[in-house]
Design a protein around this ligand. Structure first.
Ligand code: F6R
Length: 369
């Protein structure tokens, strides 16, 4: 049932192009318009919403952090993202004009369930993004958008995460569409790019051999740091989480702009630092800033592992290891940038002799608070 792979995680990483394509299937038409039949919150209600709040845990929370950039950019509705375990204990401000989005692969995570119950008690509408048909979270929500990743067996989430991103983009673009924001043309262009994204994920998967070799060479390192900016920041957090849970290594993700406010003190000779580089097109200011971050850490001896778009030549001189990803619109970059980090963590776990599918102390779904 592992389909020839040593681990479910490897199989699930390999299934990502299909998972992404299946999650898009039937939701995007040729003209670039979206139909999300399962979102049973009417277009007029969606037009009234003045705030979006996303609640989730772990990897799903990282998908939520990325969704915030997309939702605020395409819809101009303020969006907050909160760990479900923190949410209801701080008496959050919620009302019928707040759209709450609960993201959960299993649909059974107790913290996320408690957060959505609290939101509904305050009169907010809840949209679940979920991978498990008929599970508790979608049953208790006002609407659901299912991700179509198929069953995810490995404890570490991979294909479910990519499909959560797709679902978040769809919701963001759909909200933009029903609200008729100024980004109409951009939205249509992005919808077209999104429909091609499964091919991009496939291309990344075809080039992972150097990433596996690199991971094996780092098996005895105590620490790996991850840096990103904009949507690359949650990708850095996700890369660090995967490494903690699978390789049991100390790993941390930082917003690259925060380096000089503290973390740069951690940089020392030979410390591996993975940097996710934003596209040089589009928000090129961010690109230039991160290139200077890479120079700064390299000058202090860090071993730089750079994930950058094909054709981005400016970073190449500062990369001890360069991992190429296809050029994509900035907001969609996490779909391709996360994949090497999954492969990296899986290979490091294997090299360290860890149980990849069943990391110590963890359960696939956390049904206690
Ligand atoms: C990490 C991981 C966990 C889950 C989290 C939420 O790889 O799998 O962090 O993402 O426990 O689970 P769901 O999405 O089922 O609510």
């Amino acid at each position: 049932e592992k389909g020839g792979y040593d681990y479910f995680m490897l199989k699930e990483i390999a299934e990502q192009p299909k998972a992404v394509a299946d999650t898009l299937l039937g939701r995007v038409d040729a003209s670039g318009s979206l139909t999300l039949d399962e979102v049973r919150i009417s277009a007029s209600e969606l037009r009234e919403m003045d705030k979006v709040v996303i609640v989730a845990c772990g990897t799903a929370f990282h998908a939520g952090l990325i969704a915030k950039y997309a939702i605020e950019h395409w819809t101009r509705i303020p969006c907050e993202v909160e760990l479900a375990s923190e949410f209801r204990y701080r008496d959050p401000i919620l009302d019928p004009r707040t759209l709450v989005i609960a993201i959960s692969q299993s649909g059974e995570t107790m913290d996320t369930l408690m957060a959505l119950r609290h939101a509904r008690e305050q009169g907010s509408k809840v949209l679940a993004i979920c991978n498990t048909n008929g599970s508790t979270i979608p049953r208790e929500s006002d609407a659901v958008l299912y991700t179509h990743a198929g069953p995810e067996v490995a404890v570490a989430s991979t294909k479910a995460f990519l499909t959560q991103l797709v679902a978040c983009y769809l919701v963001a673009l759909y909200l933009g569409q029903v609200r008729g924001t100024q980004w109409g043309d951009e939205i249509q262009a992005v919808v077209r790019e999104l429909s091609r994204s499964s091919q991009d994920v496939e291309r990344v998967l075809d080039t992972m051999e150097p990433v596996r070799n690199l991971a094996r060479s780092l098996a005895d390192k105590p620490t790996v740091l991850f840096l990103g900016r904009h949507v690359g920041y949650p990708v850095a957090l996700e890369g660090a989480l995967k490494l903690k849970e699978l390789a049991y290594m100390h790993a941390e993700g930082f917003a690259a702009g925060e380096l000089k406010h503290g973390p740069i003190a951690l940089i020392e000779k030979d410390l591996p630092v993975v940097v996710i580089v934003p596209s040089p097109r589009g928000r090129s200011v961010l690109h230039d800033k991160i290139v200077s971050n890479i120079q700064e850490i390299r000058a202090r001896g860090a071993r730089t592992i750079v994930i950058a778009e094909e054709g981005d030549e400016a970073v190449a001189p500062y990369a001890d290891h360069l991992i190429r990803i296809p050029a994509t619109p900035t907001l969609l970059q996490p779909l391709v940038a996360t994949v090497p980090l999954q492969v990296f963590a899986c290979e490091l776990a294997t090299a360290r002799g860890n149980e990849v599918d069943q990391p110590r102390n963890l359960a696939k779904s956390v049904t206690v608070e």
